[in-house]
Design a protein around this ligand. Structure first.
Ligand code: FRU
Length: 511
């Protein structure tokens, strides 16, 4: 009987490979690093967000490998540095201690092997002993194997926080290890985690009839992976392909996050075509099955996709996501960069629902506090010092005698972006139609927001080209990009009938 190589041996070999790779990076990686170094000087930093992560130059999409390693939180991201459009994917790399201030690190992996020649697609990361393990999807198209279509395999790269080396025996999950009736071209985005000394991977896939499903694999050495079953298949008509699974424990429950493509709109939910949902349920490791009790869209804004989470040293579950939606033009391409991440959020469960709060670390960066209590708004109200393109607003509105109120953000003479609360329907409407953003397609969304004692509370984060709204202490969130010209920064409060507002503003300028 062939004996399996042990985890210790895999890690020992990986250490040697990392040393070799330091002296001898691949041509693709070297070219990318040189290109970024030369091009980043041409980017106008003034037009970049101050507290949201973007790539140094070029295109980014999904967060990848969000994990703690060596005293820092690491975030990798889908990256095509050479263009402001999507292309062969590299993994960009940034690190942070507080989720607000990021340091860009050299690109971690580039598409330089036969099994990832069409791109190093999304995946996740994990500290294993003293090494940093990344599991990702190789997108490839190798005709020598008799396959003319693109197909996807799962691969591992191991690093020391700086240099990452792909395992010699990649791919670690090949298409012949897929059960029958599973698509070979939609098999991607592994989420890796460890439980009771075993590694698990949840991988997105498409069943033969086009429905999304999540497959479960298990390994004791990172190299040999045994198929354990279909964790969950789409029986509930939530889109088709399910991308980017994340799965983790929170308050005694197992939470599954997925990003389904081509969702069918419901009244307020799932309007973005490709959207995201969370499920609250239980993962049965023995059966390899996930059962959910409830699900909902994670974020009701126009730009939110492919979230990933990690657990902090102090036990918080933090989520990050790509603040963008597919199939839209992204006007920042004119500036040499495309795409950004959301402000990371802490997740909690309350009464069977997911609650999302901006990471508390953002509060350390607040400056120039302005407080207005019991402001009576009837007609249009502008307040001294309440303006800006890098600000946090905290607003509590008493709507006792009103049908609606409106807050206009990024306001110029001809431009504005609106947050409108409709009291009768108890919904918050986000509208960037008049923002002159130049974004084609969908520009309005609505989200149910309950009144408590005739009041609604909003925390609004504006950063250069984005607006994120947290309603009622994180019960609902809306994240959207708004590419209104810089300099349009007024904020206006409007209501026909009397509403009373408590308003606090902080600048979030020098991060
Ligand atoms: C999600 C996604 C992933 C894929 C990656 C490619 O946004 O389509 O499924 O791995 O982007 O960049």
């Amino acid at each position: 009987m062939q004996t399996r190589i042990t985890l210790e041996q895999v890690l020992e070999n990986a250490k040697k490979d990392i040393r070799r790779k330091k002296d001898n990076p691949s041509e693709s990686l070297k070219t990318a690093l040189t290109y970024i170094n030369n091009e980043k000087a041409n980017i106008n930093e003034c037009c970049k967000p101050t507290y949201h992560l973007t790539g140094e130059v070029g295109w980014i999409n999904d967060p990848n490998g969000f994990s703690y390693y060596n005293d820092e939180y690491h975030l990798f991201y889908q990256y095509h540095p050479y263009d402001t459009k999507w292309g062969p994917m590299h993994w960009g790399h940034a690190v942070t201690k507080d989720f607000i201030k990021w340091k860009q690190w050299p690109v971690a992996i580039a598409p330089d092997k036969f099994y990832d020649q069409e791109g190093c697609f999304s995946g996740t990361g994990l500290q294993v002993e003293d090494l940093h393990v990344l599991m990702y999807t190789g997108n490839t198209n190798k005709e020598s194997e008799g396959l003319s279509t693109t197909y996807q395999v799962q691969c591992i790269a191991v690093g020391d926080g700086n240099t990452y080396s792909k395992l010699e025996s990649n791919p670690v999950i090949r298409i012949n290890e897929l059960p029958s009736q599973c698509s070979i071209s939609d098999f991607r985005d592994p989420k890796i985690w460890k439980k009771d000394n075993l590694f698990y991977a949840a991988i997105a896939n498409k069943y033969t009839d086009g429905r999304g499903q999540i497959l479960l694999y298990r390994s004791d050495n990172l190299l040999n992976w045994d198929y354990r079953g279909v964790l969950l298949r789409n029986e509930m008509q939530i889109g088709d392909m399910w991308e980017c699974p994340d799965i983790f424990e929170l308050d005694g429950k197992d939470i599954l996050l997925i990003s389904p493509q081509d969702m069918i709109k419901e009244e307020y939910r799932f309007h973005n075509n490709d959207g995201t949902i969370y499920m609250i349920g239980n993962l049965d490791y023995k059966q390899g099955k996930y059962d959910y009790n409830s699900y909902d869209e994670i974020d009701y804004g126009l730009d939110f996709y492919a979230p990933q989470t990690l657990e902090t040293l102090d036990g918080r579950r933090i989520m990050i996501a790509w603040m963008q939606a597919w199939k839209r033009n992204i006007p920042s391409d004119k500036l040499g960069w495309t795409g950004a991440m959301i402000l990371p959020r802490e997740l909690k469960i309350k009464e069977g629902k997911l609650i999302q709060l901006p990471v508390k670390e953002i509060e350390q960066y607040r400056k120039n506090e302005m407080v207005y209590k019991q402001v009576k708004v009837q007609g249009k109200v502008e307040l001294d010092e309440i303006k800006g393109r890098q600000v946090e607003l905290q607003i509590e509105v008493d709507v006792k005698s009103a049908a609606s109120f409106e807050i206009q953000l990024m306001k110029g003479e001809q431009t504005s972006t609106k947050a409108i609360y409709d009291v009768a329907r108890q919904i918050l409407i986000f509208d960037r139609t008049e923002s002159q953003s130049g974004i084609n397609g969908l520009n309005i969304r609505a989200m149910p927001v309950k009144l408590y004692d005739n009041k609604v509370t909003l925390r609004i984060f504006i950063d250069t080209f984005s607006i994120e709204i947290f309603a009622n202490d994180g019960e609902g969130t809306m994240s959207s990009t708004v590419y209104t010209e810089i300099g349009k920064d007024n904020i206006l409060f409007i209501s026909n009938d009397l509403v009373v507002m408590d308003i606090i503003k902080w600048d979030l300028l020098s991060i």
